[in-house]
Design a protein. Structure first.
Length: 332
């Protein structure tokens, strides 16, 4: 998740009417037309985790572009915040339309399963994008980054910056989110297995609130003066950690690894507030989501699990073209 750093969990430009895609609205109608897929009568919906998050905006822009290319209608919707009670009514509203396919980033691994099962039972082909649910019967395809590997990448980079000594802490969104849970597992496994000189403190959760993360990092600094590194599970958390470190006068002294490559994170990497970004490829997730949904609808071969690329971005490599293509966008 996923997840300014967005206010609610790792560069596609769309021409024509898709350029005015309004992801800030509760419902966004897709551009129609286009050529290629021969599936113009099909209707798809995309429900993102948080509609204002550049990760999900990038995903949605790419999905819109792919849908236009394939000649199908795609309607984009998204939660105002990462919360089951916010996303559930959106699912219910989409279910009432009986779309041919649904791409969704569920905000919980279990709570939304019954609603998604009901949609499947009614004939909608469900594709899980970015996040997933624990029930394997949900979804014809699951498309996401290897978040556990991303957590390991963050741990390796952070340990090197810390000189393999001192204390480190993970601050994340909340338990029960598939992507951030996997990031935490990868990070903690790597630290425990290969960096014994670093002491891991208990994981803290900020409920995706930057102000809470800022308070948590300041409290941690007071209790653990040797704190040398922080892993931020998502972008809102990274924003809060950066704010807290600046307030405590520890910017640059405590190293920070964060997921994603949203515009504000790139700025923070440039000015030294953040040290490592583990960027995902939300555009590829969006494109693949459309393609897999259409394959299922058209009774063609579907790939059950698809993993997309990730890359570690540092100040040293951030201007390289093969790295910049992973930067997220705030609008189509």
């Amino acid at each position: 998740m996923r997840q300014s750093f967005r206010q609610s969990r790792r560069t596609v430009r769309i021409a024509g009417c898709c350029a005015v895609l309004a992801l800030t609205a509760a419902t966004t109608a897709a551009c129609g037309g286009g050529s290629g897929g021969g599936s113009g009568s099909h209707s798809l919906d995309l429900i993102t985790g948080v509609k204002s998050d550049p990760f999900y905006i990038t995903m949605a822009c790419a999905a819109q572009q792919e849908a236009k290319k394939r000649g199908v209608k795609l309607t984009v919707n998204g939660s105002a915040q990462w919360d089951v009670s916010v996303q559930r009514p959106i699912i219910d509203s989409v279910a009432a339309k009986h779309p041919d396919g649904l791409l969704i980033s569920p905000v919980d691994t279990a709570a939304l399963t019954p609603a998604l099962q009901q949609m499947q039972g009614a004939g909608t082909k469900v594709v899980l994008v970015d996040t997933d649910v624990s029930d394997s019967s949900v979804g014809v395809s699951r498309i996401s980054s290897d978040n556990e590997a991303g957590g390991r990448t963050a741990a390796k980079a952070l340990a090197q910056l810390m000189g393999d000594k001192g204390s480190a802490i993970v601050i994340s969104v909340k338990p029960g989110v598939s992507t951030t849970d996997a990031r935490i597992k990868g990070f903690t496994d790597e630290m425990k297995q290969n960096h014994p000189g670093i002491t891991l403190l208990p994981v803290l959760y900020d409920n995706d609130l930057p102000a809470t993360a800022a308070s948590q990092i300041q409290s941690t600094l007071a209790a653990h003066p040797d704190l040398g590194g922080v892993f931020a599970g998502n972008t809102n958390t990274a924003q809060g950690i950066s704010t807290g470190l600046q307030a405590a006068g520890k910017q640059g002294k405590v190293k920070v690894a964060a997921f994603d490559a949203e515009p504000d994170e790139i700025t923070s990497l440039t000015n030294g507030t953040l040290d490592v970004l583990v960027a995902q490829d939300p555009g590829a997730i969006g494109r693949q989501g459309v393609d897999q949904a259409l394959a299922a609808i058209d009774k063609k071969q579907v790939t059950a699990h698809i993993g997309t690329d990730m890359v570690a971005i540092t100040k040293a490599n951030m201007d390289q073209p093969d790295i910049k293509k992973y930067y997220y966008q705030a609008a189509c």
